[in-house]
Design a protein around this ligand. Structure first.
Ligand code: ATP
Ligand code: MG
Length: 653
C-alpha cells in the first residue's frame, strides 16, 4: 500500500449520491443500530415489489440465510418496465459496440420488447419457473436480453463465458441440469470469427447433458452451422413471431435468479447460487453509491457478462437505475491497444470500470507507443474510474489515476467476489480519501473484519483473515446442489460457523483502518518467521517500472527458511537469455531489498512473456505454486487461458 492520500475534489463530493464522510458514517451507524431496519428501508426504496416483504432477515437456518423472503418481485420488471413506466422508454439503455466498431443502440422500450419476445419464446418451448437455462454467448444486446428473459419467466440462468471449452461448458450444463442453451452461431473477437454453436454441439456430445431439450441460436455472423432437428432452432425463428409484451413471473425474493461458476483461481469452480431480491438490491445500491450513477452518465463496465462483474454491473445494476451503458464485444487490444480510450472518447463515457490485468497490459502498450497512450485521446468525459478482480498495485493505480483519469477522477478499488454479489469493501467516490493499493473501507452495512485463524479479532496493523460478521442481502445462498461444500467453504467450523470466510487475507491500516487485501489465504508467506503477503512483493516488483510489466509471487517449501519466495516476472522487454536473466534477476533482488527489505528478496525468479491466467484474466497462482515446487501440473486447468505459457516459466534464476 502506498502512503500518498488522494482526496476526491470538493466538486465531486458536493454532487455525489453519498456526499462526504459524515454521510457515510451516518449510514454505517444506521446499519449498526438497526441492521434489519437499514436493509429493509433500502429494499423498499430501491426495489419495486409486487407484494411487500414483512420480514427482512431470517437467520433460523444459518448459514442458509433468507432475505425479504415473503416479498415477491421480478428482476426484469425492475430493470426494464419500471423505467419505461417512469418515462425513460426512449432513453438509451445500451450502446453496443461490435468488435469491428459498428454501433447499435437500444432504448429501454426496445430492450423491454426484445426481452419479452425472448421470454415468450422460452415459454413457447415449455421452459418455466425454476428451470435452468445455460447462456453461452459473447457480449451482445441479445446476451443481456436473454438473461433478462430468463429472469422474466423465473428461469434461473447460468451464463458460461464464451471463451470456455466444450469440456468446461459440458461440466456446467451437467451440474446445473439445464433444460436449454441459448447461444450464437459465432462470436467475433479481435478480428477473428470464433465458434460458439459448434462448441455447444461438442459439449452435448461429450455426454451428461441429457437434460437439454432445446438449443436456441442467435445469429451473429450468419456462417454455416449444423442444426440438430428437434433440438436446435434459430432464436429469430422462435422469437420474432412472439408478442412484445409478457407478464412477468412474480417470484419470491429468495428465488434463485442465477447460478454462476467462480473463476477457478484457487480450485475447481463452484456453482454460486444467488437470490433475486437481496441480489438485485445490492446490485442497484452499489451502482448508486459506489459508481455514483446519475441519469446523464454513460457507464462502461468492461467485464464480460460471463463473470459476476458483468452480471451485477451490466445486466442488473445500471439497468435497475435506468442508466445508459456500453456493451463491448471486442478486446482491449484490437485493432490496437488504444481501443478503450477511443471508445471512451467516442461515446463520452463518464464512468469506467475495468480490471488491473487490463490496465497493466495497456500501460505496457502505451509506454511503447504514443499513439495508443491515453494522452492521444480526449478522455475529458470521464468523472469516475473503477478497478476490480485483483489487487491493483500502486504503480498501476497511479498511472490509471494520472493518465486515464487526468488526476481528476476518483478511483474506486472495489473488493468483492462472485459469492458476494456486489461490492463489499470499496471507497465511495464522494466520501473516501483514496490510498493506492487499498480498497479502503467497508460498504455501509457490510460488517467486514479481520480475524485470526481461530476467529479472534485482529488489531489494526496486524494482518489476518478477511471475514464478514453478519449476513448481507446479496450473499451467496448455496453452492448449487452441494450445501455441505457451501458450509465447509464459507462457514467453516474454525470460525465457529459464525463468520463468512472470504478466502482472502487482509490487513487494516493502524491509523485509518483502511483495508488492504494481501492475497488469498494460502498466499500469505512465512519466510524465517516473517509473514508477508504476496501482494506486497508483487507491488514492489512492479514498482520497478523500467523493467517489469507484471509479476506474481508464490511460496514453496524451503528447508532453511520454511518458505522461499518465488517470483514470476513479465518484463517490458523480450525474454532474456541466460546471462541477461542473471543480471536482471540481480537487479530485481536489489530493488526488492531497497523497497521492502532483504528478507523479501525472491529466492527464485522466473521470466515469461505472460503469466498463466484464468479466462477472466486472473493470475492462476495455484499453477505457479506447482511450477515453483518443480511439480508436474496435474490439477484442473480447464479455466486456464494460455497453457503455452507454462513451458516458458521453467528456468529459475
Ligand atoms: P475461485 O473462487 O474459483 O478460486 P476467484 O476467487 O478468482 O475464483 P472471483 O469471485 O471471480 O473468483 O474473484 C474474487 C476474488 O478476486 C477475491 O476473493 C479476491 O481475491 C480478488 N479480488 C477481487 N476484487 C479485488 C480487489 N479490488 N482487490 C483485491 N482483490 C480482489
Ligand atoms: Mg474465490
Amino acid at each position: 500500500m502506498s502512503s500518498t492520500i488522494y482526496q476526491p475534489s470538493a466538486d465531486f463530493v458536493k454532487n455525489a449520491n453519498v456526499s462526504g464522510m459524515a454521510a457515510y458514517q451516518a449510514l454505517c451507524k444506521e446499519a449498526e443500530t438497526d441492521y434489519q431496519g437499514f436493509w429493509g428501508r433500502l429494499a423498499k426504496e430501491l426495489i419495486t415489489w409486487k407484494t411487500p416483504f414483512t420480514k427482512v432477515l431470517d437467520e433460523s437456518n444459518a448459514p442458509f440465510f433468507k432475505w425479504f423472503e415473503d416479498g415477491t418481485l421480478n428482476a426484469s420488471y425492475n430493470c426494464l418496465d419500471r423505467n419505461v413506466e417512469k418515462g425513460l422508454g426512449d432513453k438509451t439503455a445500451i450502446i453496443f459496440e461490435a468488435d469491428g466498431g459498428e454501433v447499435t443502440k437500444v432504448t429501454y422500450s426496445q430492450l423491454l420488447a426484445k426481452t419479452c419476445q425472448y421470454a415468450n419464446a422460452l415459454k413457447s418451448l415449455g421452459i418455466k419457473k425454476g428451470d435452468r437455462v445455460v447462456i453461452y454467448i459473447s457480449m451482445s444486446i441479445e446476451g443481456v436480453a436473454a438473461m433478462q428473459a430468463c429472469a422474466r419467466i423465473g428461469a434461473t440462468h447460468s451464463v458460461v463465458f464464451g471463451g470456455f471449452s466444450a469440456q468446461s461448458l459440458r461440466d456446467r450444463i451437467e451440474d446445473t441440469g439445464a433444460v436449454a442453451v441459448i447461444t450464437a452461431d459465432n462470436q467475433v473477437r479481435g478480428g477473428k470469427l470464433l465458434p460458439l454453436k459448434s462448441i455447444v454441439d461438442e459439449a452435448i456430445n461429450l455426454g451428461g447433458c441429457g437434460s437439454i431439450k432445446n438449443v436456441l441460436v442467435v445469429k451473429r455472423s450468419g456462417a454455416d452451422i449444423a442444426m440438430t432437428a428437434g433440438r436446435d432452432q434459430w432464436m429469430a425463428d422462435v422469437a420474432d413471431q412472439q408478442a412484445a409484451t409478457c407478464e412477468p413471473e412474480w417470484v419470491s425474493a429468495e428465488h434463485p435468479l442465477f447460478l454462476l461458476y467462480t473463476s477457478g483461481s484457487t480450485g475447481k469452480p463452484k456453482g454460486v447460487q444467488h437470490s433475486t431480491g437481496g441480489y438485485l438490491l445490492h446490485a442497484a445500491l452499489t451502482t448508486k453509491w459506489t459508481f455514483d450513477l446519475k441519469q446523464d452518465d454513460v457507464f462502461w463496465c468492461t467485464a464480460d457478462i460471463g463473470w459476476v462483474t458483468g452480471h451485477t454491473y451490466i445486466t442488473y445494476g445500471p439497468l435497475a437505475l435506468g442508466g445508459t451503458e456500453i456493451v463491448f464485444e471486442g478486446v482491449p487490444t484490437y485493432p490496437d491497444a488504444g481501443r478503450f480510450w477511443k471508445m471512451i472518447q467516442d461515446h463520452k463515457v463518464s464512468i469506467f470500470y475495468t480490471a488491473p490485468t487490463a490496465i497493466r497490459s495497456l500501460i505496457k502498450a502505451a509506454e511503447a507507443n504514443d499513439a495508443v497512450h491515453p494522452k492521444s485521446y480526449n478522455l475529458s468525459s470521464l468523472r469516475l474510474l473503477g478497478s476490480v478482480g485483483e489487487p491493483i498495485n500502486p504503480a498501476a493505480w497511479e498511472w490509471y489515476y494520472e493518465h486515464v483519469g487526468g488526476s481528476r477522477c476518483p478511483i474506486v478499488d472495489t473488493f468483492w467476489q462472485t459469492e458476494t454479489g456486489g461490492h463489499m469493501i470499496t471507497p465511495l467516490p464522494g466520501v473516501t480519501p483514496m490510498v493506492p493499493g487499498s480498497c479502503t473501507l467497508p460498504f455501509p452495512g457490510i460488517q467486514a473484519a479481520i480475524v485470526s485463524e481461530t476467529g479472534e479479532d485482529m488489531p489494526n496493523g496486524q494482518g489476518g483473515i478477511l471475514v464478514v460478521k453478519r449476513p448481507w442481502p446479496s450473499m451467496i445462498r448455496n453452492i448449487w446442489g452441494d450445501p455441505e461444500r457451501f458450509k465447509k467453504s464459507y462457514y467453516p467450523e474454525d470460525f465457529k460457523g459464525k463468520y463468512y470466510l472470504a478466502g482472502d487475507g487482509a490487513i487494516r491500516d493502524e491509523k485509518t483502518g483502511y483495508f488492504t487485501i494481501t492475497g488469498r489465504i494460502d498466499d500469505v508467506l512465512n519466510v524465517s518467521g516473517h509473514r508477508m503477503g504476496t501482494m506486497e512483493i508483487e507491488s514492489a516488483l512492479v514498482s520497478c517500472t523500467e523493467l517489469v510489466a507484471e509479476a506474481a509471487v508464490v511460496g514453496r517449501p524451503d528447508d532453511t527458511t520454511g518458505e522461499a519466495i518465488c517470483a514470476f516476472v513479465v518484463l517490458k522487454r523480450a525474454l532474456p537469455n541466460t546471462d541477461e536473466g542473471k543480471a536482471i534477476a540481480k537487479q530485481l533482488r536489489d530493488h526488492i531489498a531497497k523497497e521492502i527489505g532483504p528478507i523479501a528478496k525472491p529466492k527464485d525468479i522466473r521470466f515469461g512473456e505472460n503469466l498463466p491466467k484464468t479466462r477472466s484474466g486472473k493470475i492462476m497462482r495455484r499453477l505457479l505454486r506447482s511450477l515453483a515446487k518443480g511439480e508436474e501440473i496435474t490439477q484442473d486447468i480447464s479455466t486456464l487461458e494460455n497453457p503455452a505459457i507454462l513451458g516458458q516459466l521453467g528456468q529459475a534464476y
